[in-house]
Design a protein around this ligand. Structure first.
Ligand code: SF4
Length: 335
């Protein structure tokens, strides 16, 4: 039985004008994201993965309504919020927290940690002064910072502490959803695991849902419940995390899996970069399957026809394993 997801994207598309200058009569368009749909259930994590430039950040920004979509819609608890009223937008933003990649750039250097965390409450008029102060102290404690840290400025914190402040700010309005764009990639490996544990604990404690953007599949495997793999602005495979990492069906996903370190191998830097060759430019995407110039399994059909996403899993439910490939791989890649 299908339930209403917390967040749903339907056919999201983003086109950017390409060059041409201000005086050009017609500009060609480049598609950064094409017809992407996904569902995020309450209290779970959906990871968007893929190489740099695959469109995952643009997709996340459209889902957060920070970047207007060229097509498609975003639904929150079953209600469309794209193109909605100002009050609908404000209500959606009140239930959503944002965490960005660079914890330093995302914090105002002239604001103390306490003021930074309190800012969303001030914007939305949440609580009185005393309630806000209490909430800030509680959030500082939740993210592992001391009560006196609230009076410090961003430059006096380490990168990991700054990201904790950003997370506390994202939680200020008790959101149901956090959209986190590469929240760990600017941190040292040891700090990454601390932040990951913190996000996991907060999810358990507060029932948070995460839309989690990452190029690091090792992190994704340990944190996400469901994964969507993007290639050149399209989802090419999606499944629950266990299924995706055990039986990846798309040759691109299989190539990405090779970059995931095994226990005892240590960490490989660079993350999802195992596919041969370079990603093609979205300005001139290859015909047929966009992955065919890099795919070891490519055949004539692949160069002629773009494969559609199809359910290749056992069930026809929301946890379907979907893949866009004419010749999907079968079998486990795990012992
Ligand atoms: Fe490779 Fe063809 Fe599948 Fe594309 S459709 S991933 S080229 S086998």
């Amino acid at each position: 039985m299908s339930t209403t997801p917390l967040l749903e994207a339907r056919g999201l598309t983003k086109e950017f004008p390409l060059g041409g200058g201000l005086l050009a009569k017609s500009k060609s368009l480049v598609r950064a994201v094409s017809d992407v749909s996904f569902r995020l259930e309450a209290g779970t994590t959906l990871a968007l993965v893929g190489e740099s430039g695959c469109g995952k950040t643009t997709l996340a920004r459209m889902a957060a309504l920070l970047t207007p979509a060229s097509g498609g819609s975003v639904l929150y608890r079953g209600e469309e919020v794209t193109g909605g009223s100002r009050s609908a937008l404000k209500s959606f933003r009140r239930h959503m927290g944002l965490v960005f990649q660079d914890p330093y750039a995302s914090l105002n250097p002239r604001m103390t940690a306490a003021r930074t965390i309190a800012e969303p409450m001030l914007i939305h008029g949440a609580g009185n002064r005393l309630e806000r102060r209490y909430r800030v102290q509680s959030l500082l404690e939740h993210v592992g910072l001391g009560p006196r840290d609230g009076e410090r400025y961003p430059h006096t914190f380490s990168g990991g502490q700054r990201q904790r402040i950003a997370l506390a700010r994202a939680l200020a309005l008790e959101p149901e959803l956090v959209i986190a764009d590469e929240p760990l990639s600017a941190l040292d490996v040891s700090i990454q695991s601390q932040m990951l544990n913190l996000m996991r604990d907060l999810q358990d404690e507060m029932g948070l849902a995460f839309l989690f953007i990452s190029h690091d599949l090792a992190v994704v495997e340990s944190f996400a419940h469901h994964v969507a793999v993007l290639y050149l602005g399209r989802i090419v495979e999606s499944a629950d995390t266990t299924t995706l990492f055990r039986t990846p069906a798309h040759p691109y996903t299989r190539a990405l899996m090779k970059a995931v370190p095994r226990i005892g191998e240590g960490r490989r830097h660079g993350g999802a970069t195992a596919a041969p060759g370079e990603p093609p430019s979205p300005v001139a995407p290859p015909p047929g399957c966009a992955f065919h110039p890099r795919c070891p399994k490519a055949q004539a059909l692949c160069r002629d026809q773009r494969p559609q996403l199809e359910n290749i899993g056992d069930g026809g439910n929301d946890d379907a394993h979907i893949c866009a490939c004419h010749f999907p791989e079968t079998g486990s890649v795990r012992p």
